[in-house]
Design a protein. Sequence first.
Length: 177
Amino acid sequence: MERDLTWRIIDVAYDDPRARELRRQLDDDLGARYDGFHGDEPDERRRARARALATHPDEIVTTLIAMAAETGAEAAAEATPAGHVIVRRLGDDREIKRLVVLPGFRGIGIARALVSAALDAARADGAERVILQTGLQQPESIALYTSMGFSRIPVYEPYVETMPRSVCFALALPRTL
């Protein structure tokens, strides 16, 4: 039986506890997907990859979370964090990072809405292009980005050295008048 859900996207602080918990769950998911993917690599390379993946608060344009609830006035007061995305400044570009939708909320458009809201935030911040990095173990992400008009690009810094097999995308943001 399909649940009848409503959801909304809100802008929160990077260190908001709900955002931190969603990122922790993303890390668990990615850990399971990529377990053994990097093989026996030296600790320094693991540390370098952690630095490449790090998001520094001063680079952040916005942190967005999707709050979902069962349809109905009473249930709306009990909204649950269902998804997350960050937009950060990376040179002249804006980068979409840490997109996650929790399993119980997938398939209802939350990821697409989070990416759309991230694109709006990047555009409002003056970006002309949005980039992102993902991997082959995330086929649903690749399908989403492709369906939204993103095009494959070469792996970009800071991922070249530590994640050369990344799958990277870009989307030009047209100027609005």
